[in-house]
Structure formats: structure tokens, C-alpha cells
Design a protein around this ligand. Structure first.
Ligand SMILES: O=C(O)CCC(=O)C(=O)O
Ligand SMILES: [Fe+2]
Length: 335
């Protein structure tokens, strides 16, 4: 596995949790908890999804975005915040309260209903692939939550009822090639700074780079450089609330990758980047209440997980710019 010398947050092997005895599991669980407590993020390796499977997922993603015209993709447009499934074109979503612009397109896949999934029209059994990769992510996320329950002082079956009808969201992302100058203008990002709003997120990135996190919660963003053979996992808002701030939901954004000055001088264009996120949301009926120890004051009111999700999803689409009609990718690259 290619490594980097000074990662912004820890790299943890999940294998001892998946294959080891009880003590080995607790050790990994504690490492995860500590990293999530300090940084909110980890790189996970040896997590049971192979590099080949991840490469194959990126091939499907590329084919979805690039083998279909914008008009084709717009047939699958997300139309409901309560049920965000389908395609989101460039500029149609932003979680920036200042109206910032995120240069990306997405496809969202859900667990139970995928009415806007393009199968069977696209090649490569897109739906079968999306369901299959989804299930792998769901299993991994369930194991990670199970690990956390071992060191959070909560019963081992704590997650069972919250995950039985959980409804996470697999998101394929494509950051189109744009002029480097575009991201130098204020308010322009590949994805604007935000926290995720479910329990936690699994994230797979290609080799391009550009993801940055604020690991010390100070506003100083550091690169989450892609490391082959790893995914990253970050805590999201609901788990921060549930842990009464012991686990951190850390701001992150996607900016220009560090490409060589020569390459940039030659093209002036930032390369296309692909990533895939798996947003882990519990059963929408779950009441998210801070878990506190004796004498500890709860920092948050309980919230209903489903209402919380719909509220933030509609906010993200509501903030989209007035000119956010789908842009033709070719026009964007020339902008
Ligand atoms: O593309 C990435 O690396 C990050 C994506 C992300 O943060 C999101 O979709 O919430
Ligand atoms: Fe995110």
C-alpha cells in the first residue's frame, strides 16, 4: 500500500476487529474511539472491501456520469428532500449559508426504494452494482458502529433496532474538470466546508486529492491525502450529538488538488475527481438523545433522526444559487 509520511489523522487496521478475539476487537475499538474523539476522522485499512472492488466501483461511477448525456441524467433528478434519491446536477446543491458554489455532480442510491435509479437503461448492470456496493458499505458501517458501542458504555445490542430499518445513502460524486482560476474566486469550491449530518460517513476517493479536513476544529484545514487501500471514516452530526460531543463531527471541504506547477501551467485545468460517500443514517424513527454518564449534563435536546435529515437536506437544496440550472459540463470546463 502506498503510504504518506505525515497523515493528518491516524491510519487504523480494521482486520483485528473483523478477525481477532475479544481483546483484539476492544483494542481496535478504542483506537477508533480515540481518533474520532480527537480528530473526528480516521483512515481505515484492511476493512474487508478489496482495492479491486473499489476500482470497479469507480469504473461504474465514471460510466454513470460520463457515458450518459446531461439530458439522460436529468431524467433521474432528485426531486424530494424527504427522499433524496437520484441525480443532482452541478450547482443544484450547496450547504453553504453564504451561497457558495460547489462544482460537482452526484448520484444518490438508497436502501429500500431507488425509483430514480437508471437501470436497466445504462450498461454494466448499474443497479446491481449500486445495490452490491451499498451492502458492502452497510456491513462495514454496522461493524464500525458495533466497535464504538464496545467502548462507549452502551449495550452490545444498542444499534440493532436503529439499524434494522436504517436508510443510509450511497453517493457517487464527480468533480468535473474546471479551470484552476474558478476555485480561486471567493465562494467557489469543489464542495464547500460542511459537516455531514448522519451518524458517520465512509468515504472512498480516487488518487486525485483535494479533500481537506479541520482535524483540530480550529478552522485550519489540512489535506486528507488519498492513500491507496484505505477509506476514510468521519463522525457526523448525529453521532456527535448522541455522544454528547465526545465524538467530533469535523468540518471538511474539497478544494483544488495539489498538482504540479508545470502541469497547471500547461493546462490551467484541474483534473476530474471521483469520490464515493456512504452516509450512515439510522432508522428515521430513531430518537437521538445524548448518552451521558452520571452527573454529566446533556448538551443537546433529543431530535428525531428522520426529521433532522429532511430538514438539513431541504436546507442544502434551498441554498442553491438562482442560476443553478444544470450546466453543460463542456461549458463549465471552458468557463
Ligand atoms: O468528495 C469528497 O472527498 C467529500 C465529499 C463530501 O464531503 C460529501 O459529499 O459530504
Ligand atoms: Fe461531507
Amino acid at each position: 500500500m502506498a503510504g504518506i509520511s505525515n497523515p493528518s489523522f491516524p491510519i487504523i487496521s480494521f482486520e483485528p476487529f473483523l478477525k481477532g478475539d475479544f481483546d483484539a476487537k476492544v483494542k481496535v475499538a478504542q483506537e477508533l474511539y480515540d481518533a474520532f474523539h480527537t480528530y473526528g476522522w480516521v483512515y481505515l485499512k484492511d476493512f474487508g472491501i478489496s482495492e479491486e472492488e473499489i476500482d470497479e466501483m469507480f469504473e461504474h461511477s465514471k460510466s454513470f456520469f460520463e457515458d450518459q448525456s446531461l439530458e439522460d441524467k436529468m431524467q433521474y433528478k432528485v426531486t424530494s428532500a424527504a427522499y433524496s434519491q437520484g441525480y443532482t446536477s452541478n450547482g443544484a446543491e450547496s450547504s453553504d449559508p453564504n451561497g457558495g458554489r460547489s462544482w460537482k455532480e452526484c448520484y444518490e442510491h438508497r436502501r429500500f426504494n431507488n425509483d430514480l435509479c437508471p437501470a436497466p437503461k445504462t450498461a454494466n448492470d448499474f443497479r446491481e452494482f449500486a445495490d452490491g456496493f451499498y451492502n458492502k458499505c452497510f456491513n462495514l458501517a454496522s461493524e464500525v458502529l458495533q466497535a464504538l458501542s464496545m467502548v462507549m458504555g452502551i449495550p452490545h445490542n444498542f444499534w440493532d433496532d436503529k439499524l434494522a430499518k436504517a436508510d443510509p445513502q450511497l453517493r457517487l460524486l464527480r468533480y468535473m474538470a474546471i479551470p484552476a482560476a474558478t476555485l480561486e474566486k471567493p465562494g467557489n469550491y469543489r464542495i464547500n466546508p460542511h459537516t455531514d449530518y448522519g451518524l458517520c460517513t465512509l468515504l472512498f476517493q480516487d488518487e486525485v486529492g483535494g479533500l481537506e479536513v479541520d482535524p483540530f476544529h480550529t478552522g485550519e484545514f489540512r489535506p486528507a491525502t488519498p492513500i491507496r487501500g484505505t477509506c476514510v471514516i468521519n463522525i457526523a452530526d448525529l453521532l456527535q450529538r448522541m455522544s454528547n460531543d465526545k465524538l467530533k463531527s469535523t468540518r471538511h471541504r474539497v478544494m483544488a488538488p495539489t498538482i504540479s506547477k508545470e502541469e497547471l501551467a500547461r493546462t490551467g485545468i484541474l483534473p476530474t475527481r471521483f469520490s464515493t460517500a456512504f452516509f450512515v443514517h439510522p432508522d428515521p424513527a430513531t430518537l437521538i438523545t445524548p448518552i451521558t454518564s452520571e452527573g454529566e449534563k446533556a448538551k443537546y435536546e433529543p431530535v428525531n433522526a428522520g426529521e433532522w435529515r429532511t430538514m438539513i437536506t431541504s436546507r442544502n437544496y434551498g441554498y442553491s444559487l438562482p442560476d443553478s440550472k444544470a450546466l453543460n459540463v463542456a461549458t463549465v470546463a471552458a468557463a
